[in-house]
Design a protein around this ligand. Structure first.
Ligand SMILES: [Zn+2]
Length: 300
């Protein structure tokens, strides 16, 4: 289930056990981190995001250390709590034993709102670590939500990367995205959507599976400094909003995937490869994207 992304967070609605549901309002300032892996310095290949090989084991450590660097900067700027959400693939990538113990960590899936699970209207800002460009863009490992499933995602005629969709979800809660890290294409593509946010570039895309990167140590230093600056600047960073009502158009990678998505009774078939959904809230938009994404496993 998804909570209503356009309403202020209600009390007592969470299906989670109470010990996992300490509200962000219990802290003076909580920052939320959504951690992906494609945009981490040193990551360039799909293999590095897929469990079951030594390259993945190295990549998840690099990912955890970049998140740690952001956490350090966030606390240095005066925040009092950090909630980290593992937002890549199996959502079981970050190494809890290596993560800065000051942060709490959401691992696993399925979970409500997926890449921004646990974000509430009381959080002060969102930090996106290791993010990447949207499907069809020139960035490293560019894709949107599910590379097997989606060729493009549009919301109210706007071409959306993951950070666009989820940034708008956060914006509907009134929470600004304050930092995005990844390659140079992320900064170029998403920079204009998040004016005032920090854009930390850790590598330059040379193709979909090649990049020139700074060393992990330099990447972490940039993240630490960027996160500290971003938290200090929160009052000047506006939330990103795409006003509703929403029309979501999904371009699937082949007609069979669109046939499958079109079996959802409220889906509208626009072309052999495109289906559309109407939605009142950003939570519902995210819900439809993830519903179709999960269904696509049937055709793998
Ligand atoms: Zn990912």
């Amino acid at each position: 289930m998804c909570r209503d992304g356009d309403a202020r967070n209600g009390q007592g609605q969470s299906p989670w056990p109470s010990f996992l549901n300490r509200p962000a309002s219990a802290y003076a300032m909580r920052i939320y981190i959504s951690a992906d892996i494609e945009g981490v310095a040193g990551v360039v290949a799909p293999l590095q995001g897929q469990p079951g090989n030594p390259e993945y084991e190295r990549a998840r450590r690099l990912m955890t250390e970049e998140v740690n660097a952001a956490i350090e900067g966030i606390f240095a700027a005066g925040a009092t709590a950090v909630l980290v959400n593992d937002a890549h693939g199996p959502m079981l990538n970050l190494l809890p034993e290596l993560l800065d113990p000051r942060a709490e960590l959401i691992l696993g899936k399925p979970k409500p709102v997926n890449m921004f699970s646990g974000l509430t209207a009381d959080d002060a800002g969102v930090v996106c670590v290791g993010h990447h460009a949207g499907a069809g863009r020139p960035g490293v490992l560019s894709q949107t939500i599910n590379g097997f499933c989606f060729r493009a995602i549009r919301l109210n005629n706007r071409d959306c990367a993951e950070a666009t969709l989820y940034g708008a979800y956060a914006g509907a809660l009134g929470v600004p995205v304050i930092l995005l890290s990844g390659d140079d294409v992320v900064a170029e593509e998403l920079g204009p959507l998040f004016p005032g946010a920090e854009h930390v570039v850790v590598k330059r895309a040379l193709g979909h599976r090649a990049a020139q990167a700074v060393s992990p140590a330099i990447a972490r230093e940039r993240l630490r400094r960027g996160a500290e600056a971003a938290v200090r600047r929160i009052p000047q960073i506006p939330p990103f909003r795409i006003g509703g009502p929403y029309r979501l158009e999904l371009d699937l990678n082949n007609p069979a995937l669109a046939d499958l998505a079109a079996t959802i009774p409220v889906a509208e078939r626009l072309s052999p490869v495109t289906v559309a959904f109407a939605a009142e809230t950003m939570a519902a938009v995210i819900g439809w994207v993830n519903t179709v994404s999960v269904m696509s496993a049937f055709l793998r």
